[in-house]
Design a protein around this ligand. Structure first.
Ligand SMILES: Cc1ncc(COP(=O)(O)O)c(C=O)c1O
Length: 386
């Protein structure tokens, strides 16, 4: 058993991030400024979108996406029950109605058949969730969106760097939201971005992210000088600061290398756990490139004498940290009660929830760390084999 506890995710901040943060701190400009704009430019480039707006979280980006698309009371937005609460909270923030659907068993991504069945005349948008870094089935979802005149917002909190049929996540939806939360593949501590090809949507998101202040008001009223601005909508205060953007710029320099490292750890897990019949491993469909934000395994409970909670406890006793992604939305009291949801409507998510455990996966892990995880999982599986 390993001596030190291995958390399921640890950010990696190096001397380069420290250097860029100090540069921002010493520059005299510590709120939104050149570093935030530079991060936005690079995120747009990397994700194949024409425009990016950096904000304080993926939650903020998703909220502004709905606002920019004019989604509000009376509208329905279809999304997955297999996600973090933020995806659904934002639908409520704009007073629209969340319509939750079940997922596909292999990817735990939105099931296009379930989405089709949930469309009504009130449906305005679909929020896709590229779970763990695996893109959704965008061909099927776009066909549905085109047929019914729906917009697609991609919750790509896990999926920066992923691709679908060669196209980067960021270019697959009307608006895509990325998260730069502490444990994400690229982190600014807290942060996020909205990306889109549509200049009007980009402008609206930009405006709403900072009090609804029209940035180019000074251009139109040049005689009044740069002190002049106009508030053209009751916006929010969702901007990212240059101090945090500096962390992101440092992280971007090593992002590709880190993605390769994630892939190498995944391959190591695959090799080490392939022969453990109690453990199901996450797949990747042939036409996608996975971002490998998470490595969620599925226990075969028919082969084990313990449940998922106990399996997690046993791994904890082996000094291996894990998590569960996700507690399905329909199980949270707020959504269960306000939307009248019952588990029988989500058989795939229910089955997955009883079995899901997220193993540690972060670029800073050594091969030895990964081997410790493999050994611990094998030991627990063997000890409680039925
Ligand atoms: C699927 C999903 N969507 C949205 C979010 C929210 O991201 P943020 O913390 O940047 O708002 C998360 C965060 O973990 C997430 O996992």
């Amino acid at each position: 058993m390993r001596d030190a506890f291995l958390p399921f995710a640890v950010p990696w901040v190096t001397a380069r991030e420290r250097e860029l943060v100090l540069e921002a701190l010493d520059s005299g400009w510590i709120t939104t400024g050149p570093k935030t704009l530079e991060l936005a430019r690079r995120i747009a480039e990397r994700s194949g979108a024409a425009h990016a707006i950096c904000v304080n979280s993926a939650t903020g980006a998703l909220h502004l996406a709905l606002e920019a698309l004019g989604i509000g009371p009376g509208d329905e937005v279809i999304t997955s029950t297999w996600t973090f609460a933020a995806t659904v909270n934002v639908i409520e923030h704009v007073r629209a109605t969340p319509v939750l659907v079940d997922v596909e068993p292999d990817t735990l991504n939105l099931d296009p058949v379930a989405v089709a069945a949930a469309i009504t005349p009130r449906t305005r948008a679909i929020i896709t969730v590229d779970y763990a870094g695996h893109p959704c089935e965008y061909d099927s979802l776009h066909a549905l969106a085109a047929k019914h005149g729906l917009r697609i917002i991609d919750d790509a909190a896990h999926a920066l760097g992923a691709r679908y049929r060669g196209r980067p996540v960021g270019s697959l939806a009307d608006i895509t939201a990325f998260s730069f939360y502490a444990t994400k593949n690229l982190s600014t501590g807290e942060g996020g971005a909205a990306v889109t090809d549509d200049p009007a949507l980009a402008e609206r998101i930009q405006l709403l992210s900072l009090h609804g202040m029209s940035r180019d008001a000074w251009k139109r009223y040049s005689d009044t000088g740069s002190w002049y601005y106009e508030v053209v909508a009751p916006g929010w205060k969702y901007n990212l600061s240059d101090v945090l953007a500096a962390i992101g710029l440092g992280q971007l320099e090593r992002f590709d290398e880190w993605q390769l490292r994630r892939r190498a750890i995944v391959e190591r897990y695959r090799a080490g756990l392939a022969e453990v019949p109690e453990i199901g491993l996450p797949g990747a469909r042939a036409h996608i490139e996975h971002a490998w934000h998470l490595f969620p395994i599925a226990l075969d409970l028919d082969r084990l004498s313990i449940d998922r909670a106990r399996f997690i406890q046993e791994l904890r006793a082996e000094n291996i940290g894990t998590s569960v992604h996700f507690i399905p939305i329909h199980r949270h009291p707020h959504f269960r009660d306000s939307l009248g949801l019952t588990p029988d409507r989500f058989p795939v998510a229910e089955h997955a929830y009883a079995r899901a455990i997220t193993l540690p996966l972060f670029p800073r892990m050594s091969d030895g760390d990964a081997d410790d995880v493999i050994e611990a999982v094998r030991r627990v599986a063997l000890a409680f084999r039925r």
